[in-house]
Design a protein around this ligand. Structure first.
Ligand code: SF4
Length: 703
């Protein structure tokens, strides 16, 4: 048996794994005891990783060769890589010539490696010339990106996982790490056991397993997070718990926020949020007066039409109490995907450029033009995820190249997304798994290598860069994602009569290009090499030239990444959700993860044992709302966009008037229906463009 160290491909905790194999097949997996994210521990998903690469899965669930559909609706047939690359390049060139490069969109994934991101970013912006490249990370953490930039000046989570152990008070808001980030939750449990007097506050409309552990659970009405943060800040100011010296020395804008929250007494916030006023006073006291307070937050804040306002309102609390820039203190956003962070760093998104540069700044485009040797970059931001599919639905975008993601299942407002895919002249899907919902719409399916077969790097939630290493060859003719991009890019460049702009011949060469884009930036990693990662293990950025170790914590000197070094209080009013419940649609539908499943289940769904925790899609409803309907009764869940029929589950852990459906189930599990995104909507935060997957107004009636 051989062993190869790599990283878990599921969540943003980024646990180190040791792949056991015989050089041809993966036979087992264990946690890497040397990895500082998990110290050898793995959750159920990680422990079962090898079962996603069994010979049966490889044979029946993976794509092996390039496939082409002669016509939509027909079964695809095998073609050679040469033919697929040539035909795709020719068709993209033809669309580009007839409609302009903006008629092409590239939709990628937070599960790609940083090297793949770098390749696709160049392919879209420098080779095709389209501004329209975005990632499914838009659905995951773009509100956290904008929140950090607005408040602290850079998209840089300032904390480390060890802060979970160091904090005296932990505020978990809109997150359920017990299921979504299980290894961090184990660290949280251990920290509480080891520290008498530790306080855990959880803000969530659902009484989750995380909330079960809390000293105080604020079970707010879905979507009222900003009102709660304003009420907490009001209490902090009223009781004199604000850190006046810190505010004066290191921040700006406090007066405007003070004026804004003056109207948000804990009594008013309690009424709007549906919680007890005394609980708001208590939470404010624990958070402000504990020596070290840390917040952990995730999709409950991010997936919202007020996503950025929710993030900045929480960061306001940290700034007002001086709970930042110290061990055990700070606002710590958790990433859902294994490399959402790497995508942010390499700028493979419509609203970002490499090295945390800004597409709104001409000088940032100029720097990337120089780095890439491409004088004709688009020069403006492109369509974000929902916008890209809307543009395709309207006929503005004619071709979509989709990589390592399944928008026909995972995007909100699925009827619109599927109509967009049908209307496109060309859909290219680059995937490892053969049977996703999006595969049915693809004109070309390109087989991609995946976990255990490819190499590169990922960055986890605490800014730690880890190596991903290949243990076995990819099945059939599957290739690394960056290589597929490079080969078609070369044909497009050739068709345009110029030298290849994406010419890297290895993942490491692409990583070095990415590294150069960080020089002098807040995330500078010019002191890091793959040899250092080999010798010293995973490292946290920044790691500038001359450094001998990474950086566990940011802003420890009280200087923030803004122009004047001061963090900014952001005064944003509480706004209601994009949709409101009413007499016709009285339930607030929220979505979330199951403990043992991952995204659209293309990988985790291959492991029968992972269905033991929950084996079928359900809609959960508070018993008071379910009335006399028994568990298992089929009910119709109907929104303004669509409907689906699911078995009911009575669940006293939900707030009244709230319904909950797990995000994972798609067509193959819900029959001819489309999973929860048949009823969700694409209304998004105006700043981050992240859609509001946590709130849709629905009716629920017996089917
Ligand atoms: Fe993988 Fe996340 Fe589980 Fe760690 S916590 S083993 S990264 S799924």
């Amino acid at each position: 048996m051989q062993e190869t160290k790599s990283t878990c491909p599921y969540c943003g905790v980024g646990c180190g794994v040791v792949i056991q194999h015989d050089g041809r097949h993966i036979t087992g997996v264990r946690g890497d005891p040397d990895h500082p994210a998990n110290f050898g521990r793995l959750c159920t998903k990680g422990t079962n990783l090898h079962l996603t690469a069994t010979p049966v899965v490889l044979q029946h669930q993976r794509l092996h060769v390039p496939l082409k559909r002669a016509a939509r609706g027909e079964a695809p047939a095998a073609i050679s890589w040469d033919q697929a690359n040539r035909e795709i390049a020719d068709r993209l060139l033809a669309i580009r010539a007839q409609h302009g490069p903006e008629a092409i969109g590239v939709y990628i994934s937070g599960q790609l490696l940083t090297e793949d991101y770098t390749a696709f970013n160049k392919l879209a912006r420098a080779v095709i010339g389209t501004p329209h490249i975005d990632s499914n990370s838009r659905l995951c953490m773009s509100s956290a990106v904008v929140g950090y930039k607005q408040s602290l000046g850079a998209d840089a989570p300032p904390c480390s996982y060890e802060d979970i152990e160091l904090a005296d008070c932990l505020l978990v808001s809109g997150a359920n790490p017990a299921w979504a980030h299980p290894i961090l939750f184990r660290r949280l449990e251990a920290a509480r056991a080891a520290k008498p007097g530790h306080k855990l506050i959880v803000i969530d409309p659902r009484r989750t397993e995380t909330a079960e552990l809390a000293d105080l659970h604020l079970q707010i009405r879905a979507g009222t997070d900003v009102a709660l943060c304003h009420g907490l800040l009001n209490a902090v100011i009223q009781r004199g718990w604000a850190a006046g010296d810190f505010i004066a020395a290191h921040t700006e804008g406090f007066e405007a926020v003070q004026a804004l929250v003056r109207d948000w007494s804990p009594a008013r916030a309690a009424e709007v949020c549906g919680v007890a006023e005394a609980d708001i006073w208590q939470a404010a006291e624990w958070f402000a007066t504990s020596p070290r307070s840390l917040s952990l937050y995730c999709m409950g804040l991010n997936q919202s039409s007020a996503g950025t306002a929710k993030n900045t309102a929480l960061i306001n609390l940290h700034l007002a109490t001086g709970q930042i820039g110290r061990p055990g203190a700070g606002p710590f956003s958790l990433t859902g995907q294994p490399n959402a962070m790497g995508g942010r760093e390499s700028g493979g998104m419509a609203t970002l450029l490499p090295g945390h540069r800004d597409p709104a700044k001409a000088e940032d485009w100029a720097e990337i033009s120089t780095l890439w040797g491409a004088p004709d970059l688009p020069g403006q931001r492109g369509h974000t995820a929902v916008e890209m599919f809307e543009a395709a639905a309207h006929g503005e975008i004619k071709a979509l190249w989709i990589v390592c993601t399944n928008p026909a299942q995972s995007m909100p407002d699925q009827a619109m997304v599927r109509a967009a895919l049908e209307r496109c002249e060309l859909v290219v899907l680059q995937e490892s798994f053969a049977h996703t919902a999006t595969a049915r719409y693809a004109d070309y399916l390109l087989p991609a290598a995946t976990w255990g077969e490819k190499e590169g790097t990922v960055t986890n939630s605490e800014r730690r860069i880890s190596r991903v290493r290949p243990a076995v060859p990819a099945p059939g003719e599957a290739r690394a994602d960056w290589r597929i991009a490079r080969d078609i890019a070369a044909l497009i460049d050739g068709g345009l009569g110029r030298a290849p702009r994406l010419a890297a011949d290895s993942a490491e060469a692409l990583w070095l290009e990415h590294r150069e884009a960080t020089r002098g930036r807040d995330l500078d990693i010019t002191g890091l090499t793959w040899a250092v990662l080999e010798a010293d293990g995973p490292q946290q950025w920044p790691y500038a030239q001359g450094a001998t170790q990474g950086t566990p914590r940011l802003y420890t000197d009280g200087r923030f990444a803004t122009n004047n070094g001061r963090a900014r209080f952001i005064a944003r009013p509480y706004l209601p959700t994009a949709e409101a419940t009413d007499a016709n649609r009285p339930f607030a539908l929220t979505t979330g993860r199951l403990r043992d499943q991952w995204h659209g289940m293309s990988r985790s769904g291959a492991v029968p044992g992972l269905f033991a925790h929950e084996g079928r899609p359900l809609v959960r409803l508070h018993p008071a709302d379910a009335g006399t309907l028994a568990d298992g009764t089929l009910v119709r869940v109907r929104s303004a966009r669509g409907a689906l029929v699911l078995p009911l589950k009575r669940d006293p852990n939900l707030a009244p008037a709230t319904a909950d459906i797990a995000m994972h189930w798609g067509d193959e599990f819900v029959g001819a229906q489309q999973g929860v995104n048949a009823v969700t909507h694409g209304a998004a935060c105006p700043d981050s463009r992240q859609p509001e997957l946590k709130f849709a107004a629905v009716a629920i009636t017996p089917a």
